[in-house]
Design a protein around this ligand. Sequence first.
Ligand SMILES: [Zn+2]
Ligand SMILES: [Zn+2]
Ligand SMILES: [Zn+2]
Ligand SMILES: [Zn+2]
Length: 251
Amino acid sequence: MIDDSIRVLAGDCTVITDGPDREEFRGRVTTVVKPDNTVLVHDVDGYQPVAWLTRADSVSSSGNGDFSLVAKKDGRTLRVAAHDQDGFVQYQASRAGSPVGECPDCGGSLVCTTGDVSCVDCSNRYSLPTDATVREERCSCGLPRMRVERGLAFDVCIDRACESLDDAVREAFDREWRCPNCGGDLRILRRGGLIAGCENYPECDTGFVIPDGVVDGECGCGLPTFETASGRRCLDATCARLVEPTAPPDP
Ligand SMILES: [Zn+2]
Ligand SMILES: [Zn+2]
Ligand SMILES: [Zn+2]
Ligand SMILES: [Zn+2]
């Protein structure tokens, strides 16, 4: 079930804003209360609300006959009192994003918003790495796959429990690179993000966040270089020995 909902109150209302400046309106308006307690009072003119309070600390409503709604934030109050109520309804609501297919569990639409893919009809939600792009291609479980660059371009299911990006990166790069400090193997680990960290931790605490990009060669320091959206770089972001590729790297 979706737990987010949008409440809508429509009717002939008096709207009073209290705070630094007090204003009073009366009209046949529609009030929208969003899940984050943002209250928007719309009349027929223009696109802007006639009154609003963004992310109120509290929104309370009461109604026996005459319905009223009170939103409060930082000493400001927005009151909407209905004299003639056309309706007060609570609608289920979701985030809106670009459609990326069908939910394999409920058949609802999957939409992609910043950082995740979610179903508009059930609670299925998958968080994506910020640089991931959702593909047309489906996983065998029915969900879309995403492309993520971590040394190579990996296409894995958006559900980490189905296909693990960490496992794919580990399979490709675990023990592939040497620690520039002690010569130990670099292991692929997750510490917040994916990192290549020295096997001799904690004696050696060398570790590098794996860049969002594809390995395209070797740096003067012996570590791999990555082609990223912001240019070519060494696995070690602070490395001073990065040179533009001219010839194949020395053996
Ligand atoms: Zn669903
Ligand atoms: Zn899958
Ligand atoms: Zn080391
Ligand atoms: Zn380097």
